[in-house]
Every structure is written in structure tokens, then in C-alpha cells.
Ligand binder design. Structure first.
Ligand code: PRP
Ligand code: URA
Length: 210
């Protein structure tokens, strides 16, 4: 597993505003989208491309285009939905599949309550979006789900991670083709499984308490 923490002052600046408990929901939503676009630049470094030529007004130029089958972007509902626009802005030809997961706040175990993905992901490159990697349970289940459908390599893009969650993902998916791109790695998890200092509950801050 490869882990890449994007180190850029713009990311840190936006993340600082995102963490602030006084940042209202509309600004929080915009920042999640903007952070996603910045992280997508790192996260798509390994996107598969093929060589093409184009005719410029002057001569033939060699370049690349995104290969087929197109990448599959999978936001994990709810909070991952806030990242989707920021991703498809950079990867407009990607297809989008959905996984709905909710963490039981007592046991911290994730349950999958919705799934809308192609049955066969053979040879597909997948990008999973979820702002928070806390215990890692949700991300492990999501990535495992994609591998079970035949995905070949998975990149997860998260805004924040806890070291405990990263270690759990590494252990559970050892030997798999997994890359994790992060905005920051925080200090730890608290006794309720929240990232410290973190930003609170990302889904609630994006969409309100349910
Ligand atoms: C949050 C977050 C992750 C998960 C992380 O979602 O968006 O999916 O928790 O926690 P974990 O690493 O311990 O599994 P939540 O279950 O709160 O659902 P929501 O996005 O609908 O708010
Ligand atoms: N989910 C969140 O939204 N925030 C956390 O800190 C942990 C899990």
C-alpha cells in the first residue's frame, strides 16, 4: 500500500478553515469540493493513459488520453458525495458508482446500506472518495467490495486520516494494489472513534444532523 500525504500550503490553509467549528455548512461544502480538486491532482497521478497524436496548427504533437475502460469514481455516501464534483471536474470522463455506508457509532462497525456499481469491475481503475479515514472500517469494507468485483487497483482519496485507521487499512489490505492520498494525518482517535483534532462529523457538517 502506498500512502501519499499531499503537502501544499493551499491544502493546509483550506483544511484549517474546514476544521474550524464556526465554519458554516455552505463554506464547508465549498471547501470540501476545492480540497478534493487539489487532492485529485495527486490522486490521479497514476491514472491510466494511452498515447495519441493530435494535429496542432503547426505540426503533429504526441500526447496522451485517458485509457478505456474509463476510471470509476466511487464516493462513499454521505460525506464522500461532497467530494464528487471536485473530482469529476478534473476527470470528466470517469464513470461514477455509489456505495452508501454508515458507521454504527456504538460499535464503530460500518454497514453498507446502498450500492450502485457495475457488477464487473475487471480491469477497472477505481477512485474511492471519503473525507474521513478514522478506524478505517468503512474504507476497508469499500475497497474490499471493489476488489471482490474484480477491480485491479484502487486509490482512496481522503481529506483526513487517523494513524490507527491507516495502520488498520494497511494490515487488512496487505499485498493489494492500494494507494491512499490524504490531505493530512492527524494525531489519534478519541474514545468515540473521532479523529483528533479532526473536524468533527463530516457528513453532519456537510448535510446536517440526521
Ligand atoms: C464517516 C466518514 C467515513 C466513516 C469513517 O461516515 O465519512 O465513511 O465515518 O469512519 P471509520 O473509518 O471509523 O469507518 P459516517 O458513517 O458517519 O456516515 P455519513 O457520511 O453518512 O455521515
Ligand atoms: N467520521 C467523521 O465524520 N469524523 C470523524 O472524526 C470520524 C468518523
Amino acid at each position: 500500500m502506498r500512502v501519499h500525504v499531499a503537502d501544499h500550503p493551499l491544502i493546509t490553509h483550506k483544511l484549517t478553515v474546514l476544521r474550524d467549528k464556526n465554519t458554516p455548512s455552505p463554506i464547508f461544502r465549498s471547501l470540501v469540493e476545492e480540497l478534493m480538486t487539489l487532492l485529485a491532482y495527486e490522486g490521479t497521478r497514476g491514472v491510466r493513459v494511452e498515447e495519441v497524436t493530435v494535429q496542432t496548427p503547426v505540426a503533429v504533437a504526441r500526447g496522451v488520453q485517458i485509457s478505456n475502460p474509463k476510471p470509476l469514481v466511487v464516493p462513499i455516501l454521505r460525506a464522500g458525495l461532497g467530494m464528487l464534483e471536485g473530482m469529476v471536474k478534473l476527470l470528466p470522463t470517469a464513470e461514477v458508482g455509489f456505495l452508501g455506508m454508515a458507521r454504527n457509532e456504538e460499535t464503530l462497525e460500518p454497514t453498507t446500506y446502498a450500492e450502485r456499481l457495475p457488477d464487473d469491475l475487471s480491469d477497472r481503475q477505481c477512485f474511492v472518495l471519503d473525507p474521513m479515514l478514522a478506524t478505517g472500517g468503512s474504507l476497508i469494507a469499500a475497497i474490499q467490495f471493489l476488489f471482490d468485483r474484480g477491480a485491479v487497483d484502487v486509490t482512496a482519496i481522503c481529506i483526513l486520516a487517523a494513524p490507527e485507521g491507516l495502520a488498520a487499512v494497511e494490515k487488512a489490505l496487505e499485498g493489494r494494489e492500494v494507494t491512499i492520498v490524504l490531505g493530512a494525518v492527524d494525531d489519534r482517535l478519541d474514545e468515540h472513534g473521532y479523529i483528533v483534532p479532526g473536524l468533527g462529523d463530516a457528513g453532519d457538517r456537510l448535510y446536517g444532523l440526521v
